[in-house]
Design a protein around this ligand. Structure first.
Ligand code: ACO
Length: 325
């Protein structure tokens, strides 16, 4: 009998410090940077975001999300045999955030590694965990997206610093004879490296280059809607489904206008789209599992429903996963 992987629990964590657009505008004004709630809401749909305290790392947010997901799946940390963390804001250069998180979780000995695909990271990590479960090299995986993106923001650049937030989301993915993940599709095109990047690195004890986020917003916008649609159509075709079969679209929460564009192309009404960008901002690799957990815990998403998860981000990377919950 064929082996599948299935999500059996979800969890999330947001840092306690929440800033509305007005709070952020007030803070930016102290250094002469002008923005308004109206501008941010109209261009992005974002109303608030959470920022982690200076001593909180991606692994701290990730471990809390993972503990919730384990509880929802009725599993113990010791049951887990694979941990994948998607992050662009690792705690250290090395070891991986997954190893640090594994230790905080008390799940010693299982395979643990990070995936770096920026805002598509969770889609990449979920696809890898699914493949490892189907190959028989794992049976119970924790897949986590965790970010402290506020650390990468240039608070003098109003075109980018209003867009992002911190947080983590997690799922438990278990081997199952019942189909859960039906199909996935991953892509990257490195020729677009420059449109969204943090071009610094560590060398000889110093940070070389610029360690703050740079983005060509218009170029990102233009690419994002098209590639999300391609990935969504690819997974539908692989699974023998059509867009009308989708119960919930859970896109990367970058900007409400990108999400509306993605839904429009699939001819899905916005009431079939899980939206958390208004409350979380763009939390990069954490945004999809945060939105998934919010949809499940609010009672919108129900067991057995067909979910389309789709991500796009720096690299440029993009991809989608179609699954039955
Ligand atoms: N507050 C007030 N005014 C602002 C702000 C701000 N925060 N930021 C820019 N402006 C001004 C600009 O200076 C410009 O003023 P000007 O006309 O006097 O020169 C005006 O607003 C328009 O700026 P644009 O950059 O043309 O605005 P645009 O409509 O393109 O919106 C945005 C910018 C929101 C970044 C848009 O391009 C976008 O959503 N891009 C997608 C990027 C994205 O979502 N990235 C997330 C990361 S990527 C990912 O996760 C996939």
């Amino acid at each position: 009998m064929r082996l599948y992987s299935r999500i059996t629990g979800t969890g999330s964590c947001l840092p306690s410090r929440r800033l509305t657009n007005a709070d952020l505008a007030d803070e930016l004004a102290t250094s002469g940077v002008v923005t308004t709630d109206d501008w941010i809401v109209e261009r992005t749909g974002i109303r608030a975001r959470h920022f982690a305290a200076a001593d909180v790392c991606s692994s701290d947010l990730g471990v809390e999300a993972a503990q919730q997901a384990l509880q929802a799946a009725k599993l113990l940390a010791s049951d887990i045999d694979l941990i994948i963390v998607a992050t662009s804001t690792p705690d250290m250069v090395f070891p991986s955030t997954a190893c640090i998180l594994q230790n905080k979780l008390g799940a010693h000995g299982c395979a643990a590694f990070d995936v770096q695909a920026v805002c598509s990271g969770f889609i990449y990590a979920l696809t890898i965990a699914d493949a490892m479960i189907k190959a028989g090299s794992a049976t119970k995986a924790l897949v986590i997206g965790a970010e402290v993106f506020s650390r990468l923001l240039d608070f003098k650049d109003r075109t980018t610093c209003v867009l992002f937030g911190d947080g983590a989301g997690a799922v438990v993915l278990e081997a199952s004879r019942t189909p859960g993940i039906l199909a996935s599709d991953l892509h990257a095109d490195g020729k677009h490296v420059g449109i969204l990047c943090v071009p610094g690195h560590v060398s000889g004890g110093k940070v070389l280059g610029d360690p703050l986020l740079k983005m060509d917003g218009k170029a990102v916008f233009k690419l994002a809607v098209g590639v999300l649609d391609e990935a969504a159509r690819a997974v539908l075709a692989k699974a023998g489904k059509v867009a009308a079969d989708i119960d919930w679209l859970i896109p990367h929460q970058a900007n409400i206008r990108i999400m509306q564009g993605a839904a429009r192309k699939l001819k899905l009404p916005m009431d079939k789209v899980i939206v958390t960008v208004d409350q979380h901002g763009n939390t990069s690799a954490a945004s999809i599992p945060l939105a998934l957990d919010s949809g499940i815990r609010s009672g919108k998403i129900k067991p057995g429903e067909l979910l389309m998860l789709e991500g796009v981000g720096g690299g440029f990377t993009w991809g989608a996963v179609l699954l039955n919950l």
